[in-house]
Write a protein that binds this ligand. Structure first.
Ligand code: MOS
Length: 732
């Protein structure tokens, strides 16, 4: 009897109980002997130099061990290495320069957190202030391109201007801040001058290890990074940040372990953000809706000390079958912390512009916006000139349209009303590269029948360990109850950060491969040590329900996997495998696709938008866990509601300071903002990308969503809002 497949099932999260009962230990939950506490002192100007730091009062405050700044510590040794590039990450304590308001300039260490916070308030800093720019729009003359952001042209530049039906429009999106529940921070502990252990909030334990190796010039094996639980990330924990380096330097200086948890307002200035962007789209089509040309130009903000780029204009190059496309993307330096990827980085910004423009064009054509998309469906990738490894977009459009009741959509705006509320429907497409990186996984199988699989990936919330258990269960025939997947430790086999929607594809492939290797080894043990199975081969044998089953001359024989270990006198069988993509990427273009539908109500006199129903359809290959995958998609919708309706980090340009740096004023959607949300999956295996056939999902859950809302708002009201977020004042 073959056992049921585990992949695809809605298995409960293997760590769910730990998480909801408080048993999961996040970095800040760790305690150790002699642990000290830190508080950052941050710049109150946005550009200039530190003239002096008066630490006298702070040093005399109770419980204070030290106040560390560039004045009393050497910069990290790696910061002295010449790198030939001026534009690079902020080098904490390297000098007296201030690049942004809220930049960490000193760190206070005390024996309690409260004492550290109090002492930090006593540090007095004098500055020499210089002119700052925090308004990207006002500073757009400073826009530049790096070597990696070349203009793109296919066919004729600006061909849209020759089309019978044309549209040109500008879209803007504000700085958004990730704001996961868990605050950023670190515990740093030195053992002697060269051995460093950290517990930190990171999406990549190996990334942190490598960064620390470079910055502190100590070998990998002397650096241990723990991050077994992460309370949300969205991209903010994809790199090591200056506050972590500051804490590590302080821990070394005071000779004790030090913990830092940054505050909510510091989350706005310390750990990146989605950059602000201004985009212009020119788009043209024939009278019957065949696209003639697309021009997509964008500027987006970066810091004054580092280049940050993302894929803002990429989607416009291949999303639709269009012969003429040109894109241009530049960045503008402003006096804020360097941005970082935020869920659907670049694409979410670009999709808002492109998918709004497609909608606007559909009204000019008098055509259903869904029909316009289907008409211009790209059957092959027009940018790379390659077939897609899989692309079920047309089915996704159909499935979603049926579910939301697209037939009820009024063709003309402002045509449908329920009481005081205008009713409208919108649709939008999302896309993100389906990636597969290189990863290793280790399998430890014991004679009690238990399997532990390890890999140095992390889990920022999607339920990684649960998916990996399901993949391992199907690959080995061992019950999920007997499998544990461990992650978040730099000592585990190498794996990339959790980012770019690639973990199931990358680490799942390694888990799949290490399980194949484990079966090979088990079969070897059986043929060598157990006479009945001496003729077992991969061809005549299967692994089911924890047994090796061989079809021999005398019929079917079976032996439990734990018996194989016992009979071969092998207490533990351990294998490690490294897995990476082949050259299929040269032959195929690989993307995940999503289609978002939104039905909205807009209040006629107040302009309040209520999203009434959402349908999101994902073409992300094989669904490994239908429950966690649906949660992942719902999470993207919630983030998308924030992007569409409420999220905006407001800078007071006089001071270069965020005016709404708290949960009271920076509005993220709450339960009451989240409508009934139907998540539909195509759930068809991608035949190329990896052994599971699964494509990524984290980013496409959000990408495009804001345009679906904005398009629905237009359908409801006849008002086109091109500046996110769509707040009520823009609708009255
Ligand atoms: Mo993400 S922006 O891949 O954490």
């Amino acid at each position: 009897m073959r056992q049921d497949k585990n992949v695809g099932k809605p298995l409960d999260r293997v760590d769910g109980r730990l998480k909801v009962t408080g048993g999961a230990k996040y970095f800040a939950d760790n305690h150790m002997e002699d642990l000290q506490h830190a508080c950052l002192v941050c710049s109150t100007i946005a550009s200039g130099r530190i003239k002096s730091i008066d630490t006298k009062a702070a040093l005399h405050a109770p419980g204070v061990l030290d106040v560390v700044s560039h004045l009393n510590t050497a910069p990290a040794p790696g910061y002295k290495q010449p790198d030939g590039k001026a534009r690079r990450q902020l080098r904490i304590f390297a000098d007296d320069r201030i690049y942004a308001n809220g930049q960490p300039v000193a760190i206070v260490v005390a024996n309690t957190m409260e004492r550290a916070v109090y002492a930090a308030s006593l540090v007095k800093i004098q500055y020499e202030q210089e002119v700052h720019h925090t308004d990207m729009r006002a500073n757009d003359k400073a826009a530049y391109q790096t070597d990696r952001m070349k203009d793109y042209v296919r066919g004729t530049t600006d061909a849209w201007k020759t089309a019978p039906v044309q549209l040109e429009a500008s879209y803007s999106t504000p700085i958004e801040v990730h704001n996961p529940m868990e605050l950023a921070g670190i515990i740093a502990k030195w053992d002697g001058p060269d051995n460093l252990t950290i517990w930190s909030k990171t999406q990549g334990v190996k990334n942190s290890q490598v960064a620390l190796r470079e910055i502190f010039q100590i070998p990998d094996q002397n650096i241990v990074v723990h991050s077994p639980f992460v309370g949300g990330g969205f991209g903010m924990a994809l790199r090591i940040w200056p506050h972590e380096i500051a804490t590590i330097i302080a821990a070394k200086k005071v000779g004790k372990p030090v913990k830092l948890v940054i505050s909510r307002d510091q989350m706005f200035t310390m750990v990146g953000h989605r950059p602000a962007a201004d985009q212009k789209i020119g788009i043209g089509a024939t009278q019957d809706g065949q696209l003639v040309g697309i021009t997509h130009e964008a500027i987006a903000s970066t810091s004054t000390y580092e280049d940050f780029t993302e894929a803002i204009t990429s989607m416009s190059r291949f999303m639709y079958a269009c012969p003429n496309v040109n894109t241009r993307y530049k960045i503008v330096p402003i006096n804020v912390c360097t941005p970082i990827w935020m869920r659907g980085p670049g694409e979410a910004t670009g999709a808002f512009a492109l998918e709004s423009a497609i909608d606007e064009l559909s009204y000019k054509l008098g055509m259903d916006p869904l029909a316009l998309r289907v008409k211009n469906y790209a059957a092959t990738d027009p940018e790379k000139n390659l077939p897609f490894s899989s692309n079920y977009l047309r089915e996704a459009y159909e499935m979603g349209a049926a579910k939301i009741g697209w037939n009820n959509r009024p063709a003309n705006p402002r045509a449908l009303k329920e009481g005081d509320w205008f009713v409208g429907y919108g649709v939008s497409t999302g896309v993100f590269g389906a990636h597969r990186g290189k990863a290793s996984a280790g399998a430890i199988f014991k004679s009690d029948g238990s399997l532990v699989v390890q890999s140095a990936t992390t889990d920022i919330g999607p339920g990684t360990a649960t998916a990996m258990v399901q993949i391992a269960a199907d690959a080995t025939g061992i019950s999920p109850n007997h499998i544990q997947f461990q992650l978040g430790e730099s000592t585990f086999p190498d794996a990339p950060e959790q980012g770019g929607s690639a973990t199931v594809s990358t680490v799942g492939s390694a888990v799949h491969d290490v399980c194949q290797e484990l079966k090979t080894k088990l079969l070897e043990l059986a043929t060598t040590h157990i006479p009945d199975f001496k003729n077992s081969t991969p061809e005549n044998s299967t692994f089911e329900n924890g047994y090796l089953v061989t079809a021999g001359d005398a019929g079917k024989m079976e032996i439990s996997l734990s018996d194989i270990l016992q009979k071969s006198n092998t207490p533990v069988l351990q294998v490690t495998t490294t897995s990476k993509a082949g050259d299929e990427r040269k032959k195929y273009s690989m993307y995940s696709f999503s289609v978002h539908f939104a039905k909205v109500h807009v209040h006629a006199s107040t302009g309040i938008v209520r999203i009434k129903h959402v349908v999101s359809v994902a073409d992300s290959g094989t669904i490994v866990n239908s429950k966690t995958a649906a949660s992942q998609m719902i999470g993207g919708v919630v983030g998308g509601i924030g992007m569409a309706l409420t999220e905006e980090a407001v800078l007071d340009h006089r001071y270069g300071r965020y005016a709404n740096n708290n949960f009271g004023d920076y509005h993220v959607p709450v339960h009451a903002d989240t409508p009934p949300t139907d998540i539909l999956f195509i759930n068809k295996k991608d035949p190329v990308i990896n052994p599971m056939g699964s494509k990524g999902m984290g980013e496409i859950a959000l990408i495009g969503f804001a345009a679906a809302v904005s398009n629905a708002v237009y359908n409801a009201t006849g008002k086109r809002v091109r500046d996110l977020p769509i707040t009520p004042d823009k609708l009255i």
